[in-house]
Design a protein. Structure first.
Length: 607
């Protein structure tokens, strides 16, 4: 069979396994990650043997973790980290330190491992699965619950802590192997130079690059540029012997306050999801299932020990540091008790650097995989117990968690022209969290040159941009762009994808208002209220009593809104619209005449 046919066949197998795994796992409410692990084990060399060499996809699959770290970096910012400091560096730091110390100590005592090896194993096994934990919380709608917020903070700290940990493993290995000091110095110099290069490029080159790419208006070029940044940074880190994830995380963090953040996130997200799926399938393929026969008691015992160690530590952290009640602490423990995807990366790096043997790595990988398989059942049991013994929940301090999901806005503005800018200024003056989207590079640069307004480059007609902007978490979506057809399409899209978000749209005229209303938006005619205000000014200027002028304007506005609602029903029939317009004029004249007759202080010229 030719290499091309073999590659095509392997691709079909991977995609089929991923689709079936997710469908089955979702049906059984076990989470997609567990489905990927099981699918990998089934198609791997030890069961069906459909894929004979798991190592052939290892490097490619590792890009999934790299892309995950880049997206995490994009969604963070120094200001957000400071807002979350108590939960992040309190609960997160406590969990990692205590778990790593206990596990590393037991590994050193029980198995006689060297100190360096025990430290790395302890750190790796202290990490939990971000992909599984977040997905589980989202599927059960518990991400905004107190224990969900603490779990998010702990997982976020673990992700951040894993970056320097992965980067330091080669240095630990060099010290453990007592390598030449000159070689260690050269390695450190290369690492510092590479990280400095990433920082400099992120600050001074990437933004002009994305500005130039955005000005082309070609989505495929934007996608290629985003992948170039991620893959290029990963390649540079790999060439100097550092963690690829470290470089991409730094690059994402440097771009977290960029106006192109949501555009980048939307471009990377599909690749990240597919490659993460491939990563978990690869882990399932690499699991040495033969150990379940030759060392079943050891593997199962280690799995139980890992969960038993982490459960009380997480419970204590949730209670004492996270401020949770007993039920919330138990739910937190059940979600985070298993090992995680970054443990695979840490242990793989440790094996590559000679800190642990291949046999030890196989046992630990199988232990982590089994712990992840057990976790969904543990979560279901704990959630059922929590529902049965539900108690009043102590709410955490809002100041610690207000922005826990990455500055989720209450209002999203599409279009930063005249209307959008005025609304943005008012919202900002009232401290209402919002973000704005626009496709004009010049407009974004102009707005950001005057003040730090959260306006980002992105086409709101793309669902991935709406997801990156967290529209689902907003209360209002304001459509303030100029294009009538585009605004109607956008209203329909937002109402379809995010039905709980209220859509308010700028209408250019009556016909546009009808179309927006049919699309499910509350249409606000841009010239209507300004015309009313000008009419009020003229009437008062002509000498009409102010109260009477106000009453006349209000009566006209109410009448016109009723007519607009009626004409929306018959908008397609021009003859009926014309007839309705003539009837409305007569009715309006009659209303004004009645108002004059009922007014005891008839309108007169003011002296």
């Amino acid at each position: 069979m030719s290499p091309e046919a073999d590659l095509l066949g392997s691709t079909v197998i991977f995609l089929f396994a991923a689709v079936v795994a997710v469908l089955v796992a979702k049906y059984m409410r076990l989470g997609a990650v567990l489905g990927y692990l099981v699918a990998g084990a089934i198609i791997g060399p030890q069961v069906l043997g459909l894929i004979g060499n798991p190592d052939s996809v290892a490097k490619f699959a590792e890009l999934g973790v790299v892309l995950l770290l880049f997206v995490i970096g994009l969604e963070l910012s120094p200001r957000q980290l400071w807002t979350m400091r108590k939960a992040l560096f309190g609960a997160g730091l406590a969990q990692v330190l205590i778990s790593a110390t206990v596990i590393g100590f037991l590994g050193s005592i029980a198995f006689g491992l060297p100190l360096a090896s025990s430290a790395v194993i302890g750190l790796g096994l202290s990490l939990s699965s971000t992909a599984f934990g977040i997905q589980s919380l989202v599927e059960s709608r518990q991400l905004q619950s107190p224990h969900g917020r603490v779990a998010f903070a702990v997982l976020l700290f673990q992700d951040i802590a894993s970056i320097p940990a992965i980067a330091l493993i080669p240095l630990i290995a060099s010290q453990h192997a007592q390598l030449d000091t000159h070689e260690s110095v050269i390695h450190a110099a290369k690492a510092i130079a590479s990280i400095s290069l990433v920082v400099i490029c992120g600050r001074f080159i990437l933004r002009p690059l994305f500005r130039a790419v955005a000005s082309t208006g070609l989505p495929e070029v934007s996608t290629a540029t985003a992948l170039l940044v991620v893959v290029g940074t990963a390649w540079l880190m790999n060439k100097v012997g550092l963690s690829m994830a470290l470089g991409t995380f730094i690059a994402g963090l440097l771009l977290s306050d960029s106006e192109y953040r949501h555009e980048l996130s939307s471009q990377i997200e599909p690749f990240k999801g597919l490659l993460l799926a491939l990563f978990f399938i690869g882990v399932g393929m690499s699991a040495n299932l033969a150990l379940l026969q030759s060392s079943a008691l050891l593997v199962i015992g280690l799995t139980l020990i890992l969960i038993i160690i982490k459960l009380p530590i997480l419970f204590a952290v949730g209670r004492l540091v996270g401020g949770l009640n007993s039920i919330g602490a138990v739910q937190l423990s059940s979600i985070l008790a298993a090992g995680g995807e970054f443990a695979f990366v840490v242990l793989h790096q440790a094996k590559t650097q000679g800190l642990i043997s291949s046999d030890t790595n196989d046992i630990l990988l199988l232990t982590i995989t089994l712990s992840m398989c057990v976790t969904p059942f543990l979560v279901m049991i704990c959630n059922g117990w929590a529902r049965r013994y539900k108690a009043p929940v102590k709410q955490p301090d809002p100041g610690d968690y207000a922005n826990i999901e990455g500055n989720a806005p209450e209002v999203v503005i599409a279009g930063m022209g005249r209307v959008g800018q005025i609304v943005a200024r008012i919202l900002r003056a009232q401290n209402v969290p919002f973000i704005a989207l626009d496709t004009s590079v010049e407009t974004i640069d102009l707005i950001r040159s005057f003040e730090r307004v959260p306006v980002f480059y992105g086409d709101p007609l793309r669902p991935e941009i709406l997801n990156a902007a967290k529209v689902s978490a907003a209360k209002y979506f304001l459509i303030a762009n100029d294009d009538q057809d585009e605004s109607v399409q956008l209203a329909e899209l937002v109402r379809r994808l995010h039905p709980n978000v209220k859509v308010i749209a700028r209408a250019r005229n009556r016909q546009h208002a009808h179309r927006l209303a049919n699309a499910g938006a509350d249409a606000v005619r841009e010239t209507f209220y300004s015309s009313l205000e000008m009419s009020r000014t003229i009437l008062v200027g002509m000498g009409l009593n102010k109260n009477h002028a106000e009453r006349q304007i209000r009566k006209f506005a109410e009448h016109d809104e009723r007519v607009l609602a009626i004409q929306r029903i018959i908008a397609e029939d021009q003859s009926k619209v014309l007839q309705s317009t003539h009837a409305a004029r007569a009715e309006l004249a009659k209303l004004f005449q009645t108002d004059v007759e009922d007014d005891q202080l008839a309108p007169s010229r003011e002296t």
